[in-house]
Design a protein around this ligand. Sequence first.
Ligand code: B12
Length: 253
Amino acid sequence: MKEEIREFVLDQGADVVGFAASTDYESPLSPKLESILPGVKSMVVIGYRELTTCESENKQIAMNGRLDVMEFSRSVNYKTARHIENKFGGKTMTAPISYPMTMSLETKGSVGEVSLRHAAVAAGLGVFGRHNIVIHPELGTRVLFTAVLTQLDLQSDEKITDALCLDCDLCVESCPGNALDVAGKTHLGKCLSNNQPYGIGGAIKFGMEMINAEPQRKKEMLLDPHFWKLYQAGFIGFEYHCFNCQASCPIGQ
Ligand code: B12
């Protein structure tokens, strides 16, 4: 079954694929897989090479490359889920590549429904690096993941035990918010303010100012390009303005 599914996924144009038994997935902060798909037994984890667009100083081009990968990966996830149900039976569910995710005071919108980094590690697709993202042996840091949850009894692929990170600290040095200063922990606020300047933090600040503003100021605020940027980020989804920890990593470049 695994080999048939692997071939199907790679035929769709995905770069790498791995399998993880649900019992090998360990992500204490994330929801239990069983709460998402009762009877879940395994995950198909799929990796996609990030385009060279992540190097661009032009933020629109960099984000557009990400949107390309995200759209493609959604299609691969959808086709894979359907293929598994049609061919092997059992229920499947797709996990979001990035959003939607639970918005709550407890998680502050920072915990995905399935932690794809932990899923990738369990499926033998990579190991965590100094930048707290997962490095694949060939694709390096320039890799994104999706997953399909299944009720099929599939064994995990062999885990990678080698440390792939070179400990060169280029990611740490290139982080504009110093969000990687403490090893093993990305500072959420410091990363977010550079990574998504027109994200939820920016939208809340804008709304707060708007509430107390005089009518003329309200008008000015809506006609200011700052609002247009918030608006665009809102309909794109999470609009990333920083890719430095991925782009600076020498592995897989
Ligand atoms: C929320 C989120 C964020 C938040 C981070 C919140 C957080 N603490 O995880 C913010 C907005 C800061 C963020 C930033 C980025 N993200 Co993001 N993000 C997500 C998302 C949607 C959910 C992550 C989650 O559930 N975290 C909560 C729990 C699971 O994390 P945790 O248990 O606290 O684990 C943390 C640490 O304990 C540590 N860790 C855990 N185990 C180990 C083991 C070792 C050995 C080490 C060293 C560290 C370590 O790593 C984690 C980071 O702090 C995922 C998609 C998904 N559904 O998984 C993408 C995802 C993690 N993001 C991704 C990327 C690429 C980015 C950015 C580069 C932004 C961009 N331009 O895309 C930066 C990188 C920041 C960085 N260097 O850490 C990719 C990573 C791909 C990869 N190769 O690993 C993912 C998997 C999206 C995808 N579908 O591919 N992200």
